[in-house]
Design a protein around this ligand. Structure first.
Ligand code: FAD
Length: 399
């Protein structure tokens, strides 16, 4: 058992830091002001290999593995949390789901461009009726007519839906069959008449890397874009979310680390009552708790990544890590605000910005209570969290 990152992953971490400093920082203020999706930056992230770690070289990946994904997602989120979304939509829930469940033609048509950052992805599962009960609340219908499916309905909160070129979307082909009536499709919004996306106003998050309400009005999807079989959609979604939870946990660790870094810098620099804040015991308690929480969440996230790298079931590890990482990050958000006092509200500091992304990731890809239910039912022996067989395209074996 080795708890240190291999040297090449430390280099990967440094390359993410360099990328954020040279490609994102100089451009982001203008991109946000202009309100245009930063395709150039996402394409450069793809070219730098940020999205291809769990993909075989045959589709443009690097086959480095899940631990590399965790490292990249943590680092980008520590520095620029809004670009953390890309690790889900360009590296995991969209293209990895197509790799795992798609046929060779679908993989060839969509995966290389998504992980290369040349096309923008999305993962459209949630609806307004309640994201925590995705299948139960799903009203979107897909009706087969000859060689096409006709989709009608709406989706809620779908990140990148306003910029998407090719995404995974879920709809009910057999509403009477409950979660067994859900089917997955690959949708190409730019060539789909009847598709529209409306960004959800959220002042605290990015103005360009954003989430949307999606409307589907007689949208035609050719049968060859169905992902898996009819009725397999819920299984595909749950499988995708296990992998998505790796990036979400790592992103939460990155955010918690950013709160800790900011807290340490501020506590050392700020003098109150003749002493640096860091000299006061109550501030030290906060720093101590943040330090161990971040470390514990990082270890659980890396453990999940290692299980995935070994091809072992990781649903249990994924829900535990996601829950713990969210707890660590939420604690860090409260602590960083406490330490900054009134300055937590000033735009000069990143406290509000980090907190907004932590709150978002606390609900995304399985809200805290939903993870708790899963963890407790598994612990109590009511439901084995790892009961489903993993579906994973092994990038290393594929070479
Ligand atoms: C910024 C942002 C981006 C997102 N991007 C995407 C995306 O790209 N694609 C996508 O498909 N979805 C996306 N989502 C949706 C996200 O996955 C959902 O918000 C999440 O699943 C929770 O659903 P909900 O918001 O409807 O909350 P609800 O399901 O209404 O839950 C509300 C609260 O009740 C709790 N709760 C729910 N059920 C129970 C229960 N049985 N017992 C106790 N407590 C319970 C939850 O923990 C939560 O705290 C995004 C969300 C946000 C905010």
């Amino acid at each position: 058992m080795d708890f240190d990152l291999p040297a090449h992953l430390n280099e990967v971490r440094e390359s993410v830091e360099r990328f954020a400093a040279t490609e994102i920082e100089p451009a982001i203020a203008e991109v946000e002001r202009a309100g245009i999706f930063p395709r150039d930056i996402v394409r450069k992230m793809g070219e730098a290999g940020f999205f291809g770690a769990v993909f075989p070289e045959s589709v443009g990946g690097s086959a480095m593995g899940f631990l590399a994904v965790a490292v990249i997602a943590e680092e980008i989120s520590r520095l620029r949390p809004e670009f953390g979304y890309c690790m889900n939509l360009q590296a995991m829930t969209c293209p990895f789901t197509i790799l795992n469940w798609g046929n060779p033609s679908q993989i060839e048509r969509f995966v290389p461009d998504l992980i290369g950052g040349r096309r923008i992805g999305m993962f459209a599962l949630s609806e307004s009726g309640g994201g925590s009960d995705a299948a139960g609340s799903m009203k979107t219908r897909a009706e087969r007519r000859g060689d096409r499916y006709i989709l009608n309905g709406s989706k809620m909160w779908i990140t990148f839906a306003d910029a998407c070129d090719a995404g995974v979307i879920f709809a009910k082909t057999d509403p009477a069959a409950g979660h067994r009536g859900v089917t997955a499709f690959i949708i190409e919004p730019k060539i789909s008449k009847g598709y529209s996306a409306k960004p959800i106003p959220m002042k605290s998050l990015s103005n360009v890397l954003r989430s949307n309400a999606v409307f589907l009005d007689d949208v035609e999807i050719p049968v060859e874009n169905r992902l898996g079989e009819e009725g397999e959609g819920f299984k595909i979604a749950m499988n995708a979310l296990d992998y998505g939870r790796l990036t979400v946990s790592a992103r939460l660790v990155g955010l918690a680390q950013a709160c800790l870094d900011a807290s340490i810098a501020y506590a050392r620099a700020r003098t109150v009552g003749g002493h640096a804040l860091g000299r006061y015991q109550m501030i030290q308690h906060l720093i101590a708790d943040m330090t161990v929480n971040v470390e514990a969440a990082r270890l659980m996230t890396c453990r999940m990544a290692c299980l995935m790298d070994r091809g072992e079931p990781a649903t249990r590890a994924a829900s535990r890590a996601k829950y713990l990482a969210a707890q660590a990050a939420r604690h860090a958000a409260l602590a960083v605000a406490e330490i900054h006092g009134g300055y937590a509200l000033a735009d000069e500091y990143r406290v509000q910005y980090l907190t907004a992304y932590i709150n978002m990731l606390n609900v995304g890809e399985g809200a805290a209570n939903v993870q708790r239910i899963l963890i407790a039912e598994d612990a109590l022996g009511y439901k084995n969290a790892n009961r489903h067989r993993v579906r994973r395209h092994d990038a290393k074996a594929a070479e």
